[in-house]
Design a protein around this ligand. Structure first.
Ligand SMILES: [Zn+2]
Length: 330
């Protein structure tokens, strides 16, 4: 039995497996520059965040219709359920689609076709979080929030992702203020490749409740103390950190030290089709490579539900937490 858990850092476009990419390319008449899935797999040797992003954006051009987004999300939810995910908070990148002529309506309604029936079909509750691309302009982010207004009943919060260095959180102050005024929850990627100051800025300027990655907080003891004191969750993605070279090997990952420091860490899969593992695979990897024992694994599972946006459904959170406490770790 896999550990019951919530997935809080998952880009739906990052779940596009080579097989589905080729199927959608055929369905939509899109020519991909790779001859087959083996050739495509060869392209998955990344040097850094940017080399991954180049492939990520190239491949998502196969996503065109509501049905494509539905199939993508449904395939992810089936995989997640099989790996013990009970609740998934799913990021999507509307600008990556609207920039190539695929409308916000197509993206949100397509995803919702899968998310709206996920509870009954897969036993997974869901939230949708709209991310702004930080390497695009602040104006583009504001226009994106505006385009999302008719869909806000489907969208729980906003996030900030893509190429981090050189795009500090402060650039997005206005759109985060507007999102807060609309009652949206706020998260942001910070401290993945960018410096610890970006984490502080995401908290102080953007008002985020949760930090995505946050890995580089370990370089600033005062920041660590603040994150511990204020119980700010960090959505770590250990397999992603290895693939994108934020750490040399998984054995070098600071997760055990971060837990020892009292940080509210969660582990997540980020872009699992690209980084070699879904939520359950990630739990297995940190258990096997970092030597985390049953109580640490239980803490990670518990943290995932404590950090989830389930405030309006405290019953559900309680049920999930009870499941974690009842889980027998081998
Ligand atoms: Zn991410």
């Amino acid at each position: 039995m896999p550990v019951p858990k919530a997935e809080l850092h998952l880009h739906i476009e990052g779940t596009l497996e080579p097989g589905l990419a080729f199927a959608l390319a055929a369905r939509n008449g899109v020519d991909l520059p790779w001859t087959d899935t083996d050739a495509l797999r060869e392209a998955y040797r990344f040097q850094d965040l940017q080399s991954f992003l180049n492939l990520y954006y190239a491949l998502m051009t196969v996503l065109r219709t509501e049905r494509d987004f539905e199939d993508l999300a449904d395939a992810y939810l089936a995989r997640a359920a099989a790996q013990g995910v009970r609740h998934a908070e799913i990021f999507f990148d509307p600008q990556a689609h609207t920039a190539r002529g695929v409308g916000m309506d197509t993206v949100v309604e397509g995803l919702w076709r899968a998310l709206g029936r996920s509870q009954e079909r897969h036993g997974v509750s869901t939230r949708l979080i709209m991310c702004f691309l930080r390497d695009e302009s602040a104006e583009s982010a504001l226009a994106t929030l505006d385009a999302a207004r008719p869909h806000l009943d489907r969208i729980t919060g906003v996030g900030l992702d893509s190429a981090e260095v050189g795009h500090p959180p402060v650039k997005f102050r206005a759109v985060y203020e507007a999102a807060a005024a609309l009652g949206l929850r706020r998260v942001a990627h910070a401290g993945e490749e960018g410096p610890p100051e970006y984490i502080t800025e995401a908290l102080d300027v953007l008002g985020v409740e949760r930090v995505d990655h946050g890995l580089r907080c370990v370089e600033d003891p005062a920041l660590v103390a603040r994150l511990v004191r204020d119980r700010i969750p960090l959505t770590l993605c250990p397999l992603s950190n290895v693939r994108l070279r934020a750490v040399d090997t998984l054995a070098d990952h600071p997760l055990p030290a971060m837990l020892d420091a009292g940080l509210l860490c969660t582990v997540n899969s980020d872009d699992p089709a690209y980084f070699g593992g879904y939520a359950g695979d990630t739990f297995d990897a940190v258990r096997d490579t970092l030597g985390l024992g049953p109580e640490r694994l239980r803490e990670l599972a518990r943290n995932s539900f404590l950090a989830a946006f389930l405030d309006d459904e405290e019953d559900r959170r309680s049920r999930y937490l009870a499941e974690v406490e009842a889980h027998v770790f081998p």
